[in-house]
Write a protein that binds this ligand. Structure first.
Ligand SMILES: [Zn+2]
Length: 457
């Protein structure tokens, strides 16, 4: 790495952290700044451990950092790596650089054996009796050994990661296999051999371990040997959601980079750039994404106008509390088309927040110029407030939280939503219609869908 003039260094420190080093990264300015400084000061550690919840950019930062380490400009002009134009940069961008090694969890031998058995079973006459783990998406590869399919899936996952580092690397494996995926000791043995080979094209080798916490103790001990005495020009970038299962000896040999959930403003800014067509839905998506950019990109696929209309229709129906009409909403509110119950309940929650804002404005008699979550739906929120004159938003929000907890615990969705409708009816406070309430209660109980304590508590 070449020496730099002091003035140049300070100019670099003042430069926006997003460009050109961490151009893929959303937010995470503190971590980006720290790593930029490490490059500028020629103090790049041989191992980093990136931790934090899913979708916050651990892979994006690790991949951009790897690009800088492999770029031709890194040793000649540290301030301008990665240049994004040299051969090394182009290979890294496709995640095809021979000195960039990616290690990710795969199914273990036992899981592969189960998959082989499942495939045999699926080919037999009793296809219906095949184990559930047969959903390997392996139909396209009739006679291909499972291990080859796994390799292919991993390559597909890495290729997708090259397109968008926020796509989860495990997405290509069937959900049923997710728990059994781990970094195997065989993968670490291969990694160790690779570390002792000279770099092919760049001046150093970079090893990225996705889900590094998915190593058992033996595998970690094998990895520890190379981490303790790494060959020169070798860098390890470990990424995982929780470091709890990593040995203290591994953690202590890595520079820790703990990433917080993304700020809503960071997600909004990134969504506006990537998906300008989302328009007024951007702040709503950013709020519901929970600091997870991958989640935000998934939410961007939802038809928000339709979901907002559904949510308002449901809340209005809660005022009337007609069981047969309410039931028509339940299936849609729970559907994957609208992102599942968490998103539906979150959407309702933000509508109630908006109603609370409008209610406060009416009480003080002036516009507080607060930004509603459902921008563009102010008239709808006004109508809701007209229906629910005596709204108690706090109580309504509690009801939504209770419903979410009950669904998490696996209660029957219809019974949870029936109880929720009751609670919202009372919390949002339309004129009490005891006749209707009693009718609904009787009907629901006759159907055995609602437990007494669900309604009354
Ligand atoms: Zn370059």
């Amino acid at each position: 790495m070449g020496r730099k003039a002091k003035a140049e260094s300070s100019e670099l420190a003042n430069r926006s952290v997003e460009e050109p080093l961490f151009y893929q990264v959303v937010g995470q300015k503190a971590a980006c700044f720290y790593l930029r400084r490490a490059i500028e000061n020629q103090r790049v550690a041989h191992a980093y451990l990136f931790t934090g919840q899913a979708g916050i950019g651990k892979s994006a930062i690790a991949l951009d950092f790897a690009a800088a380490l492999l770029c031709e400009k890194f040793d000649s002009d540290s301030g301008h790596a990665p240049c994004r134009t040299c051969v090394q940069c182009q290979l890294t961008a496709r995640l095809q650089h021979p000195d960039l090694h990616i290690v990710a969890p795969i199914p273990g031998k036992a899981a592969v054996r189960r998959m082989e058995e499942a495939r045999k079973a699926s080919g037999s006459e009793n296809a219906e009796e095949k184990p559930v783990s047969a959903t390997t998406q392996a139909e396209d590869y009739a006679e291909v050994p499972i291990t080859e399919i796994v390799d292919k899936k991993l390559l597909e996952a890495i290729a997708e990661k090259a397109q968008d580092p926020y796509v989860p690397v495990l997405l290509h494996f069937p959900v049923l296999l997710l728990r059994s995926l781990s970094i195997l000791i065989e993968q670490i043995r291969i990694l160790i051999k690779q570390t002792y080979r000279m770099p092919f094209q760049a001046r150093r080798k970079v090893f990225i371990l996705f889900h590094a916490d998915r190593m058992n103790i033996n595998t970690q001990n094998a990895f520890l040997k190379v981490l303790e005495e790494p060959p020169p020009h070798t860098h390890f970038l470990l990424a995982c959601e929780g470091e709890g299962t990593l040995l203290p000896t591994i953690r202590s040999r890595c520079q820790p980079i703990t990433l917080p959930p993304l700020l809503e403003t960071d997600i909004e800014e990134a969504l506006q750039k990537r998906k300008p067509e989302l328009g007024e839905s951007v702040p709503l998506i950013a709020r519901l994404a929970g600091g997870n950019f991958w989640q935000a990109m998934e939410l961007a696929r939802i038809d928000w106008k339709a979901l907002q209309a559904l949510a308002v229709g449901y809340l209005a129906e809660c005022a009337r509390l007609d069981p047969s009409e309410l039931e028509k909403f339940y299936e849609k509110l729970l559907s994957e088309e609208f992102g599942g119950y968490r998103i539906a309940l979150g959407t309702l929650q933000l509508f109630i927040d908006d109603v609370a804002i409008l209610k406060a404005e009416r009480q003080i008699g002036k516009d507080m110029h607060l930004i509603l979550s459902h921008q563009g739906c102010r008239d709808r929120a006004e109508k809701l407030l007209n229906i629910f004159q005596a709204a108690d938003p706090e109580r309504a929000l509690q009801a939504l939280q209770t419903a979410c907890d009950s669904l998490e615990r696996g209660y029957t969705p219809n019974s949870v939503l029936t109880a929720l409708s009751f609670r919202l009816h009372h919390a949002l406070g339309p004129k009490q219609d005891t006749k209707s309430t009693a009718k609904h209660s009787e009907t629901a109980q006759r159907k055995g869908k609602v437990r007494n304590n669900d309604i009354t508590s």
